[in-house]
Design a protein around this ligand. Sequence first.
Ligand code: ATP
Ligand code: MG
Length: 158
Amino acid sequence: MTIEIETNSKEETIELGKKISKFLFPGSVITLNGDLGAGKTTITKGIGKGLGIEEEINSPTFNILKCYFNDKLNLFHIDAYRLEDVSDEGKNIGLEEVIEGNGVAIIEWPQFIEEMIPFSSMNIEIHSLGDNKRQLIFSSLSPKYYALMESIGGKRSA
Ligand SMILES: Nc1ncnc2c1ncn2[C@@H]1O[C@H](COP(=O)(O)OP(=O)(O)OP(=O)(O)O)[C@@H](O)[C@H]1O
Ligand SMILES: [Mg+2]
């Protein structure tokens, strides 16, 4: 399934993140594609808020993985940007443990750890349409994410 939606401000993208957080479950994996400054970390901030995480979520670039432990669902925020040239072994960041545990994984730059991304995941591709406008394309082949995708009020394109 593929759903497209546009946001017109950073705040709207945060609200969208909050909304989708309500549909996440232990083992959810969300991959985020988009250029530098597209809004990947911004939507992650909204998801964190929606899960009830009080700590500020910032870009994990220099850490690769940041863990936010939380009563409801833990959030594991991964930025694979610096793993582009790393060997396959080095790319093994323990995603299985995340998926098996009570956590949600959100992955920026998933193309650099493609082999690690499970089939049951949902991708959000973010395009800048200039200024504060963004197009977000949600896609997944796993029915586990269909309710989430149908809830956002976007346009169904496939
Ligand atoms: N509609 C919008 N949605 C999200 N962010 C927006 C929007 N309009 C403007 N922005 C701005 O775009 C920037 C998005 O930055 P963000 O850190 O989320 O990008 P990113 O995709 O995570 O980049 P990076 O690849 O560097 O990690 C912020 O400065 C934010 O204020
Ligand atoms: Mg980021």
